[in-house]
Write a protein that binds this ligand. Structure first.
Ligand code: ADP
Ligand code: ASP
Ligand code: MG
Length: 600
């Protein structure tokens, strides 16, 4: 007999008929000899309807009242599903987040789960009942009973957290698609079902816009080693397994906030090549990285900052042995760039050998903005300047001067209470697909801060302020170009936030920059972020080049580039987002012959 947590999403419980069908499915599973906890979302689009009602009354509604309002949606579906189960003689009881003892932070609208006190739930399971739990909600403390919600899409997180707390055998997420596909089938109908995907890959995809799973649900599955499956509510097909790495016994205290960082990583075998003042037009990144890939040079990080006038800077890191080749290719390209009409100034190449990459590794780094900010602050406090930043859900990496390495390692290990991880043996990932899936995020805004003084502590100051307001940030990129402004060297820093957070972010940053000469904040909402994700990317030179070429072929200009070991993200004009997604999907041959039909 297994203890299973199942979660049914909004579409799956969108009508009375669907609720009845779900009830039948649950009863069959119980008859198979299993104990069942069922988490449900609000019916259909009812959460959106509630949001819309609130917006009609208040353009900027108070978060507490929003939680009070939105949590009602799930309460409707748990009661109806319990009734449907009782009607077919399956004993069942519905419970709200509070009744299940889901205790969260007192952060309305994006609370993280601190602990689950499942005594009552377990009692009902022992009585032989199916326990139907309201997803997406909790309470801030057992005394105050303040209703909190976990953030949109958060029922997935409720389900996986319950599976962890109950030590369930596995967790199944039932939804309106057959499982996890290579991309969103609503945007690319040729998208193909995957039999399995790793937690790290899924965490990136979810965080980069694949709404099929809430990123925090994947984070919990990864941290607690919960077997997780995504499958269709309309069929018995097996769906997609999200494979967790082996884990040690982890405490359930502080469930979603405990220890985000597992270790510090360090790599001194890196060199940086920067190409300054390349024309801001489609095809440039593609040409550069194609030529580099032809020489079998595997590049690590790539960043392209926001344009400055008509030109961009592109920087990348390579292992030191390959630096000469990379530099030669880059030098060979520079003259060709002069033929572009924008080339008013010649491209310049800067090579730096004395750099090192230092990283903190864990899970859920984007979703917990305080972690990256703490890394920047820790480095600033010991006087370490950050040259390049790469963020992903599983790692924040900074390129620093190699001479600062010992100080940086000691400070970070101390700050996060972890040790330096031994250098990874180059695990052979060449058998894994270089690109597992692609995602599009159309709800992002780009924020650029022009003329930030180039000294230690700037990133710390800016991103700590945003983290204190719980604003998640991705693709933090400093321009390579350094301008001297009345004796002070300055660079631009650009990054991405959720569009809904952009006004608040701007308001928070404005007072911080007021004393900086000529500093300005520029917000651009007319952009989209398209990303490719795959664990096999390491060791497959040419993946980046292929991606950039696919965008160039569609004449899509790349406005920013940021990479981590397992993802490459490009910011493109918003009206080209879907084209960019389709181009990437087809370039990596992710389309199969089977077309997926999405129920309305
Ligand atoms: P639920 O209400 O069941 O939680 P969601 O709407 O939150 O459902 O998530 C399922 C939807 O996620 C699908 O209908 C699909 O449009 C979208 N989606 C985005 N990316 C992917 C992907 N890579 N694989 C499958 N579905 C995806
Ligand atoms: N009903 C909530 C939402 O629409 C939570 C969920 O469905 O996961 O965001
Ligand atoms: Mg969902």
């Amino acid at each position: 007999m297994a203890l299973i947590v199942q979660k049914f999403g909004g579409t799956s419980v969108g009508t009375v008929e669907r609720i009845q069908a779900v009830a039948q499915r649950i009863k069959r599973t119980v008859q198979g000899g299993n104990s069942l906890v069922v988490v449900v979302s609000a019916m259909g689009k009812s959460t959106d309807v509630l949001v819309d009602l609130a917006q009609q009354i208040s353009p900027n509604p108070c978060r507490r009242e929003m939680d009070m309002l939105l949590s009602t949606g799930e309460q409707v579906s748990i009661a109806l599903l319990s009734l449907a189960l009782q009607e077919i003689d399956q004993p069942a009881i519905s419970l709200t987040g509070a009744q299940v003892g889901i205790v969260t932070e007192a952060e309305h609208s994006r609370a993280r789960i601190l602990e689950i006190r499942p005594d009552r739930l377990e009692h009902h399971l022992r009585e032989g009942k199916v326990v139907v739990v309201a997803g997406f909600q909790g309470i801030s403390s057992v005394e105050h009973l303040e209703i909190t919600t976990l953030g949109r899409g958060g029922s997935d997180t409720s389900a996986v957290a319950l599976a962890a707390a109950l030590k369930a055998d596995f967790c199944e997420i039932y939804t309106d698609v057959p499982g996890i596909l290579t991309t969103d089938p609503r945007l690319v109908p040729e998208a193909q079902l995957m039999a399995e995907i790793t937690c790290d890959e899924m965490l990136e995809l979810a965080s980069l816009g694949a709404k099929v799973l809430h990123p925090r649900a994947v984070e919990i599955a990864r941290n607690y080693g919960i077997p997780l499956v995504v499958r269709s509510s309309w069929s018995d097909e097996p769906g997609t397994k999200v494979v967790a790495p082996p884990v040690q016994n982890r405490s359930l205290v502080g469930l979603e906030i405990a220890k985000a960082v597992d270790g510090v990583e360090y790599d001194a075998d890196q060199a940086k090549v920067a190409l300054l003042r390349v024309p801001d037009r489609p095809g440039v990144a593609s040409k550069l990285f194609r030529d580099i890939a032809q020489q079998q040079v595997d590049i690590d990080l790539i960043i392209q900052s926001i344009h400055d006038g008509n030109s961009n800077d592109i920087a990348f890191t390579v292992v030191k042995d390959l630096l000469n080749t990379a530099e030669a290719v880059t030098s060979a390209i520079a003259p060709a760039l002069r033929s572009y009409p924008e080339a008013d100034q010649e491209a310049e190449i800067i090579v730096e050998k004395g750099i090192a990459k230092i990283a903190i590794a864990g899970a859920g780094m984007i979703g917990r903005p305080g972690i990256a900010a703490k890394m920047f602050k820790t480095l600033a406090d010991v006087g370490v300047n950050i040259e390049m930043i790469s963020t992903s859900e599983v790692k924040v990496s900074c390129v620093i001067d190699q001479r600062d390495a010992d100080r940086a390692i000691a400070a970070l290990s101390n700050a996060f209470g972890v040790t330096l991880s031994p250098p990874k043996n180059q695990t052979d990932t060449s058998h894994l697909p270089a690109v597992r899936g692609v995602a599009l995020d159309q709800d992002q805004a780009q924020i650029a801060i022009r003329h930030v003084p180039d000294r230690p502590g700037m990133a710390a100051q800016l991103f700590t302020a945003l983290a204190e307001a719980n604003i998640s940030v991705d693709m933090i990129i400093q321009s390579q170009r350094c301008r001297i402004n009345q004796g002070t060297p300055c660079r631009d820093i650009a990054f991405m936030v959720a569009e809904g957070d952009s006004s608040q972010a701007e308001a928070i940053l404005q007072p911080l920059i007021k004393d900086w000469l000529d500093a300005a904040i520029v917000v651009n909402k007319a952009i989209a972020k398209v990303s490719i994700v795959g664990s096999g990317m390491i060791g497959h030179p040419g993946v980046a080049a292929h991606f950039f070429a696919a965008l160039a072929q569609e004449n899509i200009n790349i406005e920013m580039i940021a990479t981590s070991e397992i993802k490459i993200s490009c910011v493109v004009p918003q009206d080209r987002g879907v084209d960019a997604l389709k181009a990437a999907h087809s370039a990596f041959n992710l389309a199969g012959t089977k077309t997926v039909t999405v129920p309305a």
